[in-house]
Write a protein of this length. Sequence first.
Length: 210
Amino acid sequence: MTIRLLLADDHPVVRAGLRAVLETEPDLVIVAEAATAEEAVDLAGRGDVDVVLMDLRFKDGMTGAEATAAITARPGAPRVLVVTTYDTDADTLPAIEAGATGYLLKDAPPEDLAAAVRTAAAGHTTLAPAVANRLVHRLRTPGTTLTRREAEVLALVADGLSNQAIGSRLHLTEGTVKSHLARVYTKLDVGSRTAAIAAATDLGILRRRG
């Protein structure tokens, strides 16, 4: 059986690399490419795609997680396999909750990528080891891990946004943002925004700043 693929990534070089790897497989065929998340949603809805390989971050517009949610919400939707460089909770949780079937990092060996595509097409899950380990840790220690919303709030804190700006971005009241941050401080055993960012970065909840 031939598996039809859509490559969604805003970097042409990345799309070309994925194409070069996947087209060597006799059962995989790339039927479309998308440079934006919105384009990916449109192309995925046309009915001739089995698996979407989705990046998480695009220059403008929707995120990969938002596109994943839009794609998987439709009846008979293709599977979405996230292929990205980001493995923090702030990235993985929204994508998985949006309905991604698998989550792979771009440094995965070519054979792992092809295998993950086939697994996704069959409706099963493949997770990068780092992501799987962190999800297992979350399940084992639910009282000390951040929720998706808490991770989102802390990621915006790391971006330098004020509580008011975070509330506006996430459609929350400023008081709700403060409540989320208070729980973050408790879970991470810290007393300030700076300490929370440092602790979350060390734990892999936030990505390291370049």
